[in-house]
Ligand binder design. Structure first.
Ligand code: HEC
Length: 710
């Protein structure tokens, strides 16, 4: 069957590269350099998948008791060894057949890092040159080179085996937040790396960097916020390159080794939701960049969102695909978006294979803002998530839920994808976490189908005018509104999912000096605020420990932030708030989470099925709703799509042709990570990290591998 299909491909007029796929290993994040999330392995099939058993479970031992840790890692398997990372950002090596630990490297050893380390880690990079074998991995603001055999830092790399991500940005970032969650991409002896930076006015620039894998030396840098004389400089105010940050590539990247090109998706410029100090189209934010991997020279670019005001980062590396289009085989890249679209672009030129429409979008009514008048959308394939939260989509789960959501819905703006942020509240749908997210899409080269999981959660973005009011006249209160309310809430109550703690009654559990340390160093997914001056930190802490006193009029009443000062952002927002009904379910009618199969040859949605379930709702007789989900799919030649991701903590296998759910197993904690599959001694394994800690579910510390019984 497969032989015939291959033969047919060979008979088609050649243009694309249909080299036979041999992806039996999992030596790169996402499976291979082309981000296929595909495996040639076919031992596990729709006929036998129900017989899968746990082959081994490895416990990292460092999940946090307060359920604020996660594992988002897609592990690597090289020569029988599995490399992964723990909730505490330790790097470890296991025997991939048994799960037996070989070594552990703790980047924070000997440091007092409080209750948790800095951020999450989605994977690592393996590089080898003969006996010199290294794991490149990031933790906090550091890039490490670790000896793959021993787990010890490679002392000739950088200083003592590491380089600081705060250096080499061409701007002083010592006090700014610069980390990297997602591994970089390897091209020969270069590691090309993006970053995660703040979403606010204090963001470091998101420039791309390439490091020499042997020495850690910086080889090239690409300015995602162009400087004078560089292409795209005129899409910003004159001096923006000195003060605007973001436009960072946090989602990983894809390499085409034959062309020697790297494809880099970027995120929005910061501050995310008000761009009055970055008027213009803002190249290369929200852009898919094709660069010469050896030099960083730009080959082509497609900006997917202009002057982004919605945090519409490109959330995943594009898949390298070869499709049949107009009777020809064409090499392309497929880029998924948070809005639920797939842009299918000719790999050589960046031109869209299907027509792209330019549509007019509404203006902003925020002070000083100038929303870009048009945006682009592909006409095919159709979006894999609904696009507008219209009245008829209001939940009808119960009459009470419907009534409550209806009245909130009527207060806010829900006009569709490009409705600008407002102080009234603007519905973001699909939400801040997609549509598509960092788990990315899986591509099946046999069929040309793309598999992508999606969220259909509405969120409400409410902007806050920072002009002084009765409430925020004191400096501490204003600093809080400008820097902290986005996460901890305007009322300091934290979020309902328990990920962001309440800051009320802080004095009961923390000293001012503890808070000063958290602000200086960051903690968990909370960024550091090292750039606040000592006086600002003091005012902020005074406010947190005694909010009432802080309402007393200051001796020196503040002025409204002047719109002429490009660094002063006159708006903040009330946080990243899901639009839920009173019982905590999404405010919209199901589906709330889906798995989709898209035929890239035809530009059609072949099937869409719910991903995940609320068992208590199914018991009431509701069809499966799907749940919010994080972490991506893997498709195999055996005929299956494997995915965890769902809030119900199951790991599932679907029939890749029909979308039928064939198998599921409860994990020890939510599997919010992309699985990997590999074979050893004739046996196929599928492994997934179960780290939980998202959407209010408990944290876990397990990697679980499954295989068929002997
Ligand atoms: C991007 C979201 C985000 C922002 C912005 C943010 N925080 Fe946090 N904050 C968190 C999270 C998440 C935690 C929990 C960290 C952990 O322990 O893993 C936290 C924890 C804290 C804690 C410890 C609370 C406790 O009970 O242990 C304090 C204090 C705190 N934040 C203060 C602030 C202040 C002050 C600001 C503004 C300058 C701020 N945060 C901005 C997300 C944020």
């Amino acid at each position: 069957m497969r032989g015939i299909a291959l033969l047919l491909l060979l008979l088609l007029p050649a243009c694309g590269s249909d080299a036979p796929f041999d992806l039996t290993g999992w030596t790169t994040y996402g499976g291979d350099a082309g981000s296929h999330q595909y495996s040639t392995l076919d031992q596990i099939t729709p006929a036998n998948v129900h017989r899968l058993e746990v082959a081994w479970t490895y416990h990292t031992g460092d999940a946090r008791a307060d359920d604020r840790s996660q594992i988002q890692c897609n592990p690597l398997i090289v020569d029988g060894t599995l490399y992964g990372t723990s909730p505490g950002l330790k790097l470890f090596a296991l025997d991939a057949a048994t799960g037996t630990e070989r070594w552990v490297f703790d980047p924070f050893e000997g440091e007092d890092d409080g209750p948790g380390p800095l951020g999450v880690n989605r994977g690592v990079v393996y590089w080898a040159d003969g006996p010199d074998r290294r794991i490149l991995f990031t933790a906090g603001s550091w890039l490490y080179a670790i000896d793959a055999a021993t787990g010890r830092p490679v002392s000739s790399f950088g200083t003592g085996g590491r380089v600081s991500l705060k250096e080499g940005l061409g701007r002083n970032a010592d006090d700014l937040f610069v980390i990297a969650n997602t591994p970089g991409a390897l091209y020969r002896d270069l590691l090309i790396l993006g970053s995660r930076v703040s979403e606010n006015a204090d963001a470091a620039p998101g420039h791309l960097r390439a490091y020499d894998v042997r020495t850690g030396a910086l080889v090239w840098r690409f300015h995602t916020i162009p400087q004078p004389g560089e292409f795209g400089y005129d899409t910003w105010p004159e001096d923006a390159y000195t003060y605007i940050g973001g436009a960072n590539a946090w989602a990983g990247m894809t390499v085409d080794p034959d062309r020697g090109w790297v494809f880099v998706p970027t995120g929005s410029a910061a501050f995310d939701f008000w761009g009055g100090n970055r008027k213009g189209q803002n190249l290369f934010a929200n852009t898919l960049l094709a660069l010469d991997a050896a030099t960083g020279r730009r080959i082509w670019h497609v900006q997917i969102v202009r002057h982004d005001l919605w945090d519409r980062d490109l959330p995943a590396p594009p898949n390298l695909v070869t499709v049949t289009h107009g009777g020809r085989r064409i090499d392309a890249v497929a880029q998924i978006t948070k809005s639920g679209h797939v842009f299918l672009l000719d790999r050589e030129t960046g031109e869209s294979l299907f027509p792209v429409e330019e549509i007019p979008v509404p203006p902003s009514d925020l002070r000083g803002e100038a929303a870009w008048p048009t945006q682009i959308l592909p006409t095919k394939p159709p979006p894999f998530a609904r696009q507008v939260f219209t009245e008829d989509l209001i939940t009808d789960r119960t009459p009470e839920a419907h009534a409550a959501v209806r009245s909130r819905w009527a207060q806010v703006r829900s006009g569709g994808p490009f409705t600008p942020p407002s102080t009234q509240g603007t519905v973001i749908f699909p939400g801040f976490d997609g549509g598509g997210e960092w788990g990315g899409a899986a591509f099946d080269p046999e069929t040309g189908w793309l598999y992508v999981n999606s969220n259909e959660m509405p969120w409400i973005l409410t902007m806050v005018d920072l002009a002084p009011t009765e409430e925020n006249r004191a400096p501490g209160a204003r600093l809080y509104a400008a820097n902290c309310a986005v996460c901890h809430g305007a009322d300091r109550a934290g979020d309902t999912a328990g990920v962001i703690p309440s800051l009320r009654d802080l004095g009961d559990r923390l000293q001012p000096s503890d808070v000063a340390q958290i602000l200086r160093r960051g903690q968990g997914v909370m960024p550091a605020f090292g750039h606040l001056t000592p006086a600002e930190t003091e005012a902020l802490i005074a406010f947190l420990f005694d909010p009432e006193a802080a309402h007393a009029p200051p001796a020196d009443p503040p002025e409204a932030p002047a719109l002429t000062d490009p660094r002063a952002v006159p708006y903040s927002h009330t946080g990243y708030n899901r639009f839920l009904d009173p019982d905590g379910y999404p405010a919209v009618k199901p589906p709330w989470g889906t798995l989709n199969a898209i035929d890239l040859n035809r530009g059609t949605l072949v099937w869409q099925v719910p991903l995940g379930e609320f068992e208590e709702l199914t018991a009431q007789g509701l069809p499966k709703t799907g749940t919010e989900n994080y972490g991506g799919p893997v498709v195999t030649a055996g005929g299956l799509v494997f995915i965890g991701a769902s809030k119900d903590e199951y790991f599932r296998a679907f029939d890749k042709t029909t979308g039928e759910e064939l198998w599921k197993v409860k994990l020890p904690a939510g599997g919010y990570a992309t699985p990997a599959t590999y074979a050893l001694d004739g046996k196929q394994y599928v492994v997934i990290a179960a780290g939980g800690g998202k959407m209010g579910t408990p944290s876990g510390d397990a990697y679980v591998a499954f295989a068929l019984p002997d």
